[in-house]
Write a protein that binds this ligand. Structure first.
Ligand SMILES: Cc1cc2nc3c(=O)[nH]c(=O)nc-3n(C[C@H](O)[C@H](O)[C@H](O)COP(=O)(O)OP(=O)(O)OC[C@H]3O[C@@H](n4cnc5c(N)ncnc54)[C@H](O)[C@@H]3O)c2cc1C
Length: 430
């Protein structure tokens, strides 16, 4: 087991930094139980891909990079059991080699499965829930070092309370997930007027397996991604992938961002140019996980809130209106996704089909003002923030949005009476 003293923690976005007295990377369950018993304050970190201050710990931080094995695969039952430190990309590669796939994914695959599930990470598609819905059972090491396994069918009530827990109930050590036979996605990407998108929104959402929208602010157009599941052969060209995913999306885009940071007034012009690069519709078929995951985004600031799908058109119209009338100059996409409602107590999509609206900005200049304006709008529509992204903690507001907030706090008292898994953010929240 690797142990480091006074470890310098920094999250992916570099907006959270902390010195952690003890940092552990255990190889076995015995080791991780011993660490939890030994310390009075413990937090877990997956790959640090959260913007919010979930991971810093006053005393011990556990990372499961070395605890990432596949324990069992059952192709007939379509299940996989893994140690909780496995990364989504490792799952994708392993499952692909076995003719299987993750049923749904978000935009990147860097995260650990435990980290992704613990914050309610999601993809897009109105018939698909947050990734936590793929969990069939999981093992949790509680504050006293005892171990429980919660099963979706046998322990439904506790399972639904405990699955999305921001690492505040204990350490998830193993998980069994539901998976699919390998499939491909037919990706049709096109550009339409923003107002036409709003008019036809319901139809796009209902008639596409995985539908999402990118809006480049200051442009009256929307980029529509329509992914439909297929068993047809892949036909995407490697040259196109290299040109679009590496040259345009990374090299050209970052150069424009760099220039736009020096001359912010040029950002609207650059956004128009970028939308033009999407104007020729794309029609391709590729392996599912390669379509779900997008090219590496530049480091940026991000908040994302889930709203009742019934308010989708109103929220999207109000958001565009708010930006158009403001002095914000935004240099990044705003992402709009859709998920089916679920029953997990702390899921932002709890009991409501949801539209997710992501407000993103590259660079810190102007971010506090943009975040504040976005949050005002989001609260007026009773939005629920993504736990892994940036948001202002207001317990009264949050508890009003989550009918099971009190039940979750009661479970925390039972599982972790001394507050071992607290840090500043967790204490403020619960
Ligand atoms: C570039 C980028 C793209 C993203 N794309 C998406 C997206 O498409 N959709 C989306 O919904 N989100 C997205 N996110 C957010 C991201 O999925 C979440 O923040 C996720 O939680 C990060 O996973 P992680 O492994 O890095 O976890 P961390 O950020 O390291 O930790 C997240 C939480 O999980 C807890 N945790 C970690 N391991 C364990 C464990 N073993 N047991 C118990 N708790 C544990 C931590 O304590 C913490 O509370 C994105 C983030 C980035 C930076």
């Amino acid at each position: 087991m690797k142990v480091q003293r006074n470890f310098s923690f920094r999250n992916w976005a570099a907006n959270i930094e902390a010195t952690i007295p003890y940092y552990y990377q255990p190889d076995t369950e015995e080791q991780l139980i011993a660490i939890i018993k030994q310390h009075t304050k413990v937090r877990m970190v997956g790959t640090g891909h959260s913007w919010s201050a979930l991971c810093p710990s006053q005393e011990a931080l556990i990372n499961l990079d070395a605890y990432n094995k596949v324990l069992a695969l059952d192709k007939n039952a379509k299940t996989i059991t893994v140690q909780a430190g496995i990364k989504l990309w490792q799952l994708n590669e392993y499952l692909d080699s076995q003719g299987m796939a993750m049923t749904n994914l978000g935009s990147i695959a860097k995260q650990s499965i435990a980290g992704a599930i613990s914050t309610g990470t999601h993809g897009s598609g109105i018939n698909y829930q947050v990734l936590a819905s793929l969990a069939l059972s999981f093992t949790l090491i509680k504050a006293d070092g005892s171990k429980i396994t919660l099963d979706k069918v046998k322990d439904t009530e506790t399972f639904q309370l405990a699955l999305i827990s921001l690492g505040s109930l204990g350490l998830i050590s193993e998980m069994t997930l539901s998976i699919s036979d390998a499939f491909r996605l037919h990706d049709h990407t096109s550009v339409v007027d923003y107002d036409d998108m709003l008019r036809d929104l319901d139809s796009y959402i209902r008639h596409t397996d995985h539908f999402k929208i990118w809006w480049f602010p200051h442009v009256d157009k929307a980029v529509l991604y329509q992914y439909n599941r297929t068993q047809e052969a892949a036909n995407d060209s490697r040259l196109r992938q290299w040109l679009m995913d590496e040259v345009l999306s990374v090299v050209v885009y970052r150069t424009l961002v760099f220039i736009g940071n020096i001359f912010p007034s040029l950002r609207p012009v650059f956004n128009k140019l970028l939308v033009r690069s999407f104007e020729k519709p794309l029609d391709r078929i590729e392996k599912s996980y390669k379509v779900f995951n997008v090219p590496a985004p530049p480091v940026h600031r991000e908040t994302e809130w889930a709203f009742d799908i019934k308010d989708a058109t109103a929220v999207l119209a109000a958001y565009k209106n708010m930006i158009d009338r403001s002095s914000h100059k935004i240099n990044f996409i705003q992402e709009i996704r859709f998920v089916k409602g679920d029953s997990f107590a702390l899921s932002p999509a709890y009991q409501r089909d949801s539209v997710w609206v992501g407000c993103y900005l590259i660079g810190d200049r102007g971010w506090p003002e943009l975040l504040s304006d976005f949050e005002k709008l989001a609260r007026s529509f009773k939005g629920r923030p993504h736990w892994g992204k940036e948001f202002t903690i207001d317990t009264a507001y949050l508890s009003a949005q989550y009918p099971q907030f009190g039940a979750f706090i009661a479970l925390r008292r039972e599982f972790d009476p001394s507050g071992k898994f607290d840090n500043k953010m967790i204490s403020e929240l619960f």
